[in-house]
Ligand binder design. Sequence first.
Ligand code: ADE
Length: 244
Amino acid sequence: MLAAPVMRIDVLTIFPEFFGQVFDFGIIRRARKADIVQINVIDIRDFAVDKHKMTDDRPFGGGDGMVMKPEPIFAAVEHLLGTTEREKYPAGSRVILLSPQGEQFRQETAKRFAEDAEHIVMICGRYEGVDERVNETLVTDEISIGDYVLSGGEPAAIVLTDAVVRLLPDALGSETSAENDSFSSGLLDCPHYTRPAEFMGRRVPDVLLNGNHAEIEKWRHEKALEKTKRNRPDLLKGETGESG
Ligand code: ADE
């Protein structure tokens, strides 16, 4: 008997074509082929209840734009998880709503999902948003990928999927790759160089060529610290005792 994938991800969207081949490359493709993850893109419209297959409607109280209707989303989640009561979801299930109002997605969030979740259902919001009863009843985590507004949750679902799948056991070729990623250590990643050792008059730092691993590690840490100070000083606040 084939072992079940470590994780299943179902993406609910009104634009399934948006995802095209996005999960067919690199680490995600390998993880799918190795049955580490199964990813399904599901059209919310398939669960629409009326004859026009409507997935959105005007907001109560007036105002601009449209709101995604609750019925098709409830039907899709019931189909996938067997219930629309959050408390009764099978163990290891999460229903994530991608929205700019969500909790900020971070490396530690990706780690939590990779470690705890077995089945993730992502709901891609569109228009002015999603009927709040979806949030009140179905959603276990409302997630934003940053302080900017996208046209829909689809790019965010791709970001989450990528960040989570690469952390699943055996998804990366080398065990140490994820540990050295930016943010895992609290610092940004250090700079990297490859051949040629000299390019357009610029030489690779000598320390990387001399084979002294202790010195290389020390240099990498210093450079990671420098880069973090320059590009993301906010990450260092705890470490240096600065306030604010
Ligand atoms: N939908 C629109 N903007 C978004 C954001 N910043 N994060 C997640 N989903 C979104």
